[in-house]
Design a protein around this ligand. Sequence first.
Ligand code: HEM
Ligand code: HEM
Length: 192
Amino acid sequence: MAVLPTRLGADPAGGYGWVSIVLHWATVAVLFPLWFVGYATSHPGSESVLELIHTHTTIAVCAYALLWLRVLWRFRQGHPAPLPRQRGWSVRLGKAVHYLLLLAIAVMLVSGPLMAWTGGDAIHVFSAAIPSPLPKLPRLSTWLLAVHRTTSRIIMLAILVHVCAVLKHVAFNHDGTLGRMLMAARRTTGRR
Ligand code: HEM
Ligand code: HEM
């Protein structure tokens, strides 16, 4: 079977290309610090809350383009077909959880900056600040905080389900599910 180079890192049929794999693991590396620093900001009384918010927004702004790229890349590429031994309702559930995670990231990327700006705050990135281009709308800001907060909890729950599912595949199914997110699949012509 002839093997062709993967064009511009696009996903070959039935697997992930390098772009998808790098985007997946880079997102894992960025999402956990963002989530935990963000979560720590929600504990009133701590004197370092402002510093934590600044750390959170610094990571968020630095990773902003990467996270959008990650979301848009999957919608553009579509989801790869299941592996031969991935079958049944769990395949549909897995795909639904993947898309839920991507949508939730998009919601965080929209609600985060809008929440800060409509609350009258600048967005701090290291020692610089991006001033608000919007008027102060406290009620909208409070609503966006609720959206940001609820979506962050949905993300954590979905990640828990996702990681448990991957562990189940590794421990019981031995079907190459983890392997295809570690090593790029090769594009083939289908000729022998
Ligand atoms: C996937 C990306 C993101 C994740 C996982 C995330 C996660 C979180 C979490 C868990 C909180 C604490 C919510 C609470 O319980 O009160 C939070 C707060 C916050 N996030 Fe994000 N966030 C993300 C993106 C962003 C972006 C892009 C911005 C703006 C540039 C942003 C700005 C903020 C601010 C200002 C707060 C503090 C809200 C307050 O208490 O006043 N976030 N974030
Ligand atoms: C250590 C933690 C993680 C492991 C071991 C892991 C593993 C995997 C594996 C093996 C797949 C391929 C499943 C398949 O298509 O058959 C996958 C896909 C996926 N994972 Fe994770 N994952 C982890 C964390 C995360 C996190 C934090 C997110 C949150 C954004 C995430 C989002 C996705 C999405 C959206 C897909 C679908 C393909 C894509 O768009 O990249 N994963 N993951």
